[in-house]
Design a protein around this ligand. Sequence first.
Ligand SMILES: Nc1ncnc2c1ncn2[C@@H]1O[C@H](COP(=O)(O)OP(=O)(O)OP(=O)(O)O)[C@@H](O)[C@H]1O
Ligand SMILES: O=C(O)c1ccc[n+]([C@@H]2O[C@H](COP(=O)([O-])O)[C@@H](O)[C@H]2O)c1
Length: 223
Amino acid sequence: MGEHPVHALFGGTFDPIHNGHLHIARALRDELQLTWPGDQVRLLPTGQPPHRDTAQASPAERLAMCQLAVAGETGLAVDAREVFRTTPCYTVDTLTEIRQEIGNEAPLLFLIGGDSLQQLHRWRDWQGIVRLAHLVVAQRPGSDLQAGLYPDVADWVSKNQLPPSRPRLSHGKIYVLSAPPVTVSATDLRQRLALGEPTAGLLPDAVRRFIFDNGLYHGAGRN
Ligand SMILES: Nc1ncnc2c1ncn2[C@@H]1O[C@H](COP(=O)(O)OP(=O)(O)OP(=O)(O)O)[C@@H](O)[C@H]1O
Ligand SMILES: O=C(O)c1ccc[n+]([C@@H]2O[C@H](COP(=O)([O-])O)[C@@H](O)[C@H]2O)c1
């Protein structure tokens, strides 16, 4: 144990990917010291998310935006295995597939925001997810990680804390990032873009250009 690369996955609709996403992907890489050769935080754009409406941008556009967002970023990459699926993508299935690829010993992490942790008990087989991977949670404005959790999840969280160092165990723990919360959300960005309101500082520059060049989110292109 310990000599295996660490694989971290960050699933999302990424409609569009924004600086809040990049902030927590970088925080995961840096706080858990994923600096060994082969260590990676991979953005995992979902195809059909299980619990929400279809994305506004197409799978190919969301994938392209993720690729632009990580270009040149040490230790960040994109995993395209879910994005073109037309049936719901359940995280437990994807992590099972990745676990088969990397073997049983390698640490596997799944990054979510605090709002997702509050919904975790509604996910398909969440206990199965933590038998496959560690969870890493980013604090998000409005998500109270002490009071807002389903009791079974809160109980598991309280007993399974991971220390802030490069993980050696393969799965089963939780790490809450110390990175301060940032307020950016994709819903707010889509609204701003539709209304032609400013988005500077909220999106990676290359993603902003892609949105404008391709006329995404109706009305984009003015700011
Ligand atoms: N600003 C943020 N801080 C922490 N976590 C975030 C932030 N934005 C998104 N996340 C997390 O990233 C994951 C993917 O998010 P998603 O692609 O749905 O973006 P979103 O901004 O939450 O979108 P939407 O507003 O459409 O719900 C989720 O687990 C979500 O909790
Ligand atoms: O597996 C599930 O039941 C499940 C339920 C809700 C969300 N997820 C995953 O959580 C990630 C974030 O989802 P979202 O909807 O916040 O973009 C994304 O990878 C989804 O596939 C997974």
